[in-house]
Ligand binder design. Structure first.
Ligand code: GLY
Length: 341
């Protein structure tokens, strides 16, 4: 098993190992522990028998971004009170980003903070949302607008879960992976992830176990490096939002139904390259390379959206301020700059 130690205000370990679900279960559900597991409905259907979590200890969450809501948040707290959990007990998130963000937010407020374990089962959650401590629920005003920074106590990543992930969700995670390639130097990385993505395209698309495990290691190390330096997104961490300003607006304008998060982020990356070219920040050959990589991974260009509506939505972004919308724009190879426009 490999361990990556994340040294944020609360230090914790991220374990990455392909192992049978039954043995993973023993790690995050030690005997005699009290807990509430929030589990995605899809994961429950596929792995419920192997995970064998008693009904009273689990809260099954339907899939979809709209589930990250106040009602589910309150129901999770209600279940925890009924189980008489104390701060020494734990909340366990088993699923993708929606499960992790919602459970993390509930964990951070239950008795002012209870232990919180992440078991990410989607590629997106493995490479991004399970690490770094961002927790949130959505409101009618936008995504992730209520939340806090609350680091998990431990993260268990098992790439075996990714074998059964549907193609749409897998590709959504790949969108975030591609993002890391373009911001690698800002994250002090030395992997040449963009090259890795070009060379290992077949293995990545075919979900080769070893390649996936390497990819997850690289992404977690990049994320660790950024969150350790800027845990609460005062500055550097904003680079992780490359493609997200426009991407979040696409998700909003299409009611989170039409495109996955990764698809929207990839379109946001395309838009960022267009903007950077117009501003003379990136050159045409780098833009060509980026668009080609995105195309090779099968992301089609999305239709154009209403400009005024998109601008209004981007102004609601958490990174916006009175002087403008904050964009993360590409400049040189694997490097981005934060710009207010
Ligand atoms: N997903 C972006 C961040 O964790 O900062």
């Amino acid at each position: 098993m490999s361990e990556i130690r994340v040294n944020t205000s609360k230090a914790y370990s991220v374990y990455i190992e392909s192992e049978p679900i039954e043995s993973l279960r023993k790690k995050f559900l030690p005997e005699n522990s009290k807990y509430l597991a929030v589990i995605s409905e899809k994961v429950e259907k596929l792995y419920g028998r192997l995970l064998n979590i008693p009904k009273s200890n689990k809260y099954v969450l339907k899939d979809g971004e709209e589930q990250k809501n106040f009602k589910n948040y309150l129901s999770i707290l209600d279940r925890a009170f009924k189980l008489r959990l104390t701060r020494k007990d734990s909340f366990i998130a088993i699923g993708g980003g929606v499960v992790g963000d919602l459970t993390g937010f509930a964990a951070s407020t239950y008795m002012r903070g209870i232990k919180y374990i992440q078991v990410p089962t989607t590629l997106l959650a493995c490479v991004d949302s399970s690490v770094g401590g961002k927790t949130a629920i959505n409101t009618k005003y936008g995504k992730n607008l209520i939340g806090c920074f609350y680091q998990p106590d431990v993260v268990y990543i098992n790439p075996m879960f990714l074998k059964t992930l549907d193609e749409k969700q897998y590709k959504s995670g790949l969108g975030e992976v591609i993002k890391y390639g373009f911001i690698e130097k800002n994250c002090f990385g030395d992997y040449n992830l963009l090259n890795f993505l070009s060379e290992k395209q077949t293995q990545i698309i075919n979900r080769d176990e070893k390649t996936l495990s390497d990819l997850i290691h690289i992404c977690i190390n990049l994320k660790k490096s950024v969150t350790e330096r800027d845990e609460r997104e005062a500055d550097l961490r904003r680079v992780l939002n490359f493609g997200h300003t426009f991407g979040h607006a696409i998700e909003r304008i299409t009611n989170y139904k039409k495109y996955t998060h990764g698809e929207a982020v990839v379109e946001g990356i395309r838009y960022a390259f267009e903007l950077a070219l117009k501003k003379g920040m990136a050159d045409e050959s780098y833009r060509f390379f980026a668009l080609d990589l995105i195309k090779k991974y099968g992301y089609k260009e999305l239709p154009k959206f209403d400009t005024d509506k998109m601008n209004n939505l981007m102004k609601l972004d958490k990174k916006a301020n009175s002087s403008g919308i904050c964009f993360v724009l590409p400049c040189e190879y694997a490097t981005v700059k934060i710009c207010e426009i």
